[in-house]
Design a protein around this ligand. Sequence first.
Ligand SMILES: [Zn+2]
Length: 165
Amino acid sequence: MTWPGEFTFCPRCGSRLGRRHIDGRDRAVCPDCGYIHFRNPAVGAAAVVVDTGRILLVRRSPRVSRSGLWSIPAGFVEYGEDVREAAARELREETGLEATIGEVLQVASNFHDPEKLTVGVWFQATVTGGHLAAGDDADAVGYFSEIPPLAFETDRALLERLIAR
Ligand SMILES: [Zn+2]
C-alpha cells in the first residue's frame, strides 16, 4: 500500500523518484543517485504529569491540527536529540514547567495522521520548577480530574489505564 505524502523528488539530488520493490515493500527509489526512501514513523515523546490525582493537559492551538482539543504535552524528537530530553523540552515549551523524566508509561503507534505516522513514548514526569503557562503549540494548560475532549486515542488509552490504577 502507498501512504499519502510520499516524496515526488529525490531529497538528496532532486531527480524524480521511481518505485521499486525492496525488502518486501514498494519504495521510492532515485534512478540517478540510488537513494532509497525507507519511510519510517517519526518518534514522539510525551510527558505525563500527575498531581494529586489530576493530569496535566494542554489545549492544541489554532495553528496545529485538532485545535481546541486537549492532549498530554508531547512533540517530535529532533534528529540528534535524546528521547527523554525531547519529553522534557516539549513539556517546558508547552507548559512552562521543568521536570525530571522518569519511567515509560506507554509505547504506542499513532495512525491518526496517515501522512505522518509516529511511535509515541509516554514518560512519567515529576515537576521540579517553572511557572505554569501555555506556550508553543498550546494555547491553554491545566490540571484535570475529569478528562476533557481529547485529540488522540492513544492519550485516552493511557489516561483510562492510569485512572483504573
Ligand atoms: Zn537522487
